[in-house]
Design a protein around this ligand. Sequence first.
Ligand SMILES: CC(C)(COP(=O)(O)OP(=O)(O)OC[C@H]1O[C@@H](n2cnc3c(N)ncnc32)[C@H](O)[C@@H]1OP(=O)(O)O)[C@@H](O)C(=O)NCCC(=O)NCCS
Length: 148
Amino acid sequence: MNIRNQIVMSQVMLPHQANVAGNVHGGEIMKFMDTAAGAVAMKYAKANCVTARVDELEFHLPIFVGALVTCTASIVYVGRSSMEVFVNVESEDLEANSKPEKALSAYFTMVCMGKNGRPQSVPEYTPETEDEVKLYQEAKAKREKKGK
Ligand SMILES: CC(C)(COP(=O)(O)OP(=O)(O)OC[C@H]1O[C@@H](n2cnc3c(N)ncnc32)[C@H](O)[C@@H]1OP(=O)(O)O)[C@@H](O)C(=O)NCCC(=O)NCCS
């Protein structure tokens, strides 16, 4: 996808990230997604950002210890002080001859905070590429539906 405001973070899942069944704990993935969303929001806003909302998360696949998990976080919509960040997660078995598989995705609403502890405005955003326009329209419609 051709998106200008995007970061990609990958990590190999380690044994300390497992649940009692030995698979990766879902909370570890949620934290990783939140970290990626925060990083792209802070890079865009050039200031501290907090998580205000996460839309629903649906885990499509189990993720195993040893898998390479990649979070791609993209700015898709910008309000006055808030940013909608779409985070896509893929999991890849490094020992198999297979492609990364989509594990889950979610929208994070990140809010830029000023030094006074109140929301502060961020640079305006105009989608330019075809991918940005499509994602912008989807995020705008979602936001309008939720009234935020
Ligand atoms: C997010 C937070 C700063 C919003 O405070 P607020 O007093 O509602 O601020 P405002 O009404 O000025 O809203 C600021 C922006 O956040 C958006 N926003 C606030 N609450 C939201 C929510 N629940 N969902 C989506 N967007 C939200 C508003 O739409 C607004 O966007 P805009 O400036 O782009 O128009 C405040 O609720 C907060 O500090 N929450 C805790 C955040 C945090 O600590 N997260 C980590 C938890 S460990």
